[in-house]
Design a binder for this molecule. Structure first.
Ligand code: ACO
Length: 322
């Protein structure tokens, strides 16, 4: 049974940037509060005519280029998103059409901020069991559309963007181990209360936008770090001291720092983009990965650890030989 390896990475950020100082002008907040509590300085926001599929497509094209692969070689597309272009078809099908390829399976995975780790696990299992040989895995989100821009407790925390990877089979180490989990009992701590079957309306500020009990989410995210650290490594044949880079979900710098501590990693071995991108949900790990690959920090052969925690709650971690 082959393993799967990351053959190429890509990402995309919308042009428009909103800084903390910009937010100070439209709500009762401060740059100091946002930086101290979350580490965030600015975020990118999609243009009015820019969608999750648009951004995912741009990121995908860069990942295909980096892998030296033509879109026609793809035989699987998995898109992690909670902000799809349409109710249906899936964002994966929309991206497939724009890549001008046909018939390979294409579907979305919905696991909020843990979405990329989930989608990567799905694609990895396809490759290891012979169901696919060249898979495109994308995380893409337009959270600016599900934010109440008058709610300072959420509006300051999120941004838009996309990241993508191409997976191919290898006889060497690649994706070594993934552990994913969910516990729906925490639904009300972090959610958009209404969906299509429960009366979603963009005019309804109580239903259409993110609601989060930030402090409770923070505590649970930190409490989950122990098991995420343990699970990614157990039965992998690798120890925490071998990890070259932690590439965590980018929700909050304090959570990221606590995660680094679990692995005894200095912060200069942790890829941090939350300051520049804020929380881009399922796009945040592939975005951070691509940034660090392109600026030369992450090199071929290095051992990477992805970990994510999000609404559901959902959480997971992946150990990867890059
Ligand atoms: N500016 C100024 N003050 C603010 C702001 C703001 N933007 N937002 C809240 N406050 C105030 C609150 O009203 C509160 O005031 P009070 O004490 O007078 O009542 C005070 O600041 C403290 O609020 P807390 O919520 O206790 O602040 P905390 O230290 O917990 O930080 C934060 C808040 C940044 C949201 C943090 O709890 C956090 O990061 N939580 C986790 C987020 C996360 O990881 N999400 C997971 C993934 S997201 C997904 O899946 C979609």
């Amino acid at each position: 049974m082959p393993n799967s390896r990351i053959a190429g990475t890509g990402s995309y950020l919308p042009e428009k940037v909103i800084t903390n100082q910009d937010l100070e002008k439209i709500m009762d907040t401060s740059d100091e509060w946002i930086r101290e509590r979350s580490g965030i300085k600015r975020r990118h926001v999609a243009a009015d005519d820019e969608s999750s599929a648009d951004m995912g497509l741009y990121a995908a094209r860069k990942a295909l280029d980096a892998a030296g692969i033509d879109a026609t070689d793809l035989d699987l597309i998995v898109v992690a998103t909670t902000t799809p272009d349409k109710v249906f078809p899936s964002t994966a099908c929309i991206i497939q059409r724009r890549l001008d390829i046909h018939e390979c399976p294409a579907f979305d995975v919905h696991a909020a901020c843990a979405g990329f780790v989930y989608a990567l696990d799905v694609a990895d299992r396809f490759i290891r069991t012979g169901g696919a040989t060249t898979a495109l895995v994308i995380g893409t989100e337009t959270y600016s559309r599900i934010l109440d821009w008058e709610d300072r407790s959420t509006a300051v925390l999120f941004g838009d963007g996309a990241g993508a990877v191409v997976l191919q089979p290898t006889e060497e180490e690649g994706i070594i181990r993934t552990a994913i989990h969910a516990d729906g009992k925490f639904e009300d701590l972090l959610h958009v209360p209404k969906g299509i079957s429960t009366g979603y309306s963009p005019e309804d500020p109580e239903g259409a936008y993110i609601q989060m009990k930030g402090h409770a989410v923070f505590k649970k995210a930190v409490a989950t770090l122990d098991s995420m650290a343990r699970e990614a490594l157990e039965h992998s044949g690798h120890g925490a001291d071998e990890i070259d880079w932690l590439v965590p979900h980018q929700a909050n710098l304090r959570i990221i720092a606590a995660a680094a501590k679990k692995f005894n990693l200095p912060m200069d071995r942790v890829v941090v983009t939350v300051d520049e991108h804020a929380n881009t949900s399922s796009a945040s790990i592939p975005l951070a990965l691509d940034v660090a690959v392109r600026d030369g920090r992450i090199k071929r052969g290095e051992l990477l650890l992805f970990e994510a925690f999000g609404a559901g709650f959902t959480w997971g971690s992946t150990l990867v030989r890059f």
